[in-house]
Write a protein that binds this ligand. Structure first.
Ligand SMILES: NC(=O)c1ccc[n+]([C@@H]2O[C@H](COP(=O)([O-])OP(=O)(O)OC[C@H]3O[C@@H](n4cnc5c(N)ncnc54)[C@H](OP(=O)(O)O)[C@@H]3O)[C@@H](O)[C@H]2O)c1
Length: 287
């Protein structure tokens, strides 16, 4: 399953998340399972500190699956700690070096502010604009096929769409699951041709049990004969959103790719109407 981005490129709707996957052997083994299961999108970031191991693993594994670089979609992200817009271009050059690639398929501004710093809204707005100009230049120079953003709320995205320096964002990657889905953001993405790509579909690394053990999710999963993870991922996929679940075991990696079923409307409604408990949107609103 794929989606046509506003740039004309195609992106797989199911990808493999790699946050907190670290170490040469673990990366090699999980990517081996992922490629065997059919994943063709790999989501990483400078701050995950695994780009180098991903680059090494792909060099070894692509030939094993008769694949070449162009069969794989690689996303990486500008560090959310970056507080100088002028560094954005060279940060991508460094990511490319670590990934041992000539280009990435998608480069994202990881965060609308600077993680851990309480800058003013005006400062952050200027910084975002400066970073975007660098990304536009990087796309023009072929370092990345597509550019986009992450963790942008409606205000951040509207601001960028009004002043996009000639290139619209292709993707907005945000926390998105039945307990975290501000629908006005999805409407804005759809109206503007921006793909909403969900992170944390299972509730997030380290606290996945919040959603995977939810009684309503479990009830639907039992009714459909699918796992809670499959229900949560299909909920997003059925709405034509991108998903990038992270998993470290072969079983989970395969499970998360096996989404060839549909969720009946009444169960979609139950999931859509779950209480919104994530506080991320409130935190993003002051950035
Ligand atoms: N842009 C951003 O700011 C941002 C933020 C967070 C994440 N991301 C990206 O999005 C990806 C996904 O988000 P995430 O890693 O936070 O969390 P997630 O995909 O929602 O959840 C991952 C957790 O769920 C478990 N899991 C995976 N498949 C499962 C299954 N079939 N059954 C039961 N448990 C399962 C994993 O355990 P095991 O590892 O033990 O399998 C892991 O603990 C990240 O890896 C990263 O690439 C982006």
């Amino acid at each position: 399953m794929s989606f046509n981005l506003n740039s004309g490129d195609s992106i797989p709707l199911i990808g493999f998340g790699t946050w907190q996957l670290q170490g040469t052997e673990l990366i090699r083994n999980t990517l081996d399972f992922a490629l065997a299961a059919g994943y063709r999108l790999i989501d990483t970031a400078a701050i995950y500190r695994n780009e180098e191991d991903i680059g090494k693993a792909l060099k070894e594994l692509l030939p094993k699956y008769n694949l070449t670089r162009k069969d794989i979609f690689i996303t990486t992200k500008l560090s959310p700690l970056e507080d100088n817009a002028d560094n954005a271009y060279s940060a991508l050059e460094q990511s490319l070096k670590r990934l041992d690639c000539e280009y990435v398929d998608l480069y994202l501004i990881h965060h609308p502010g600077v993680l851990g710093k309480k800058n003013t809204v005006e400062f952050n707005s200027k910084l975002r604009d400066g970073k975007w100009q660098q990304l536009v230049k990087a796309k023009k120079n072929g370092l990345t096929k597509n550019i986009g953003v992450s963790n942008y709320n409606v205000r951040h995205l509207e601001e960028l769409l009004k002043n996009d320096h000639g290139v619209k964002p292709s993707v907005n990657q945000v926390q998105w699951h039945p307990k975290s889905h501000p629908d006005e953001l999805l409407n804005l993405c759809k109206q503007s041709g921006v793909l909403l790509q969900a992170w944390g579909s299972l509730g997030g690394t380290g606290h996945g049990d919040l959603l995977l053990d939810d009684p309503e999710v479990k009830k639907i999963s039992e009714k459909l004969g699918k796992t809670p993870a499959q229900v949560l991922l299909k909920w997003a996929l059925q709405q034509n959103l991108g998903i990038i679940p992270k998993a470290s075991s072969k079983n989970h990696i395969e499970d998360n790719m096996n989404l060839d079923f549909s969720i009946p409307e009444e169960d979609m409604n139950t999931l859509n109407n779950m209480k919104q408990t994530s506080d991320i949107w409130e935190r993003l609103s002051v950035i």
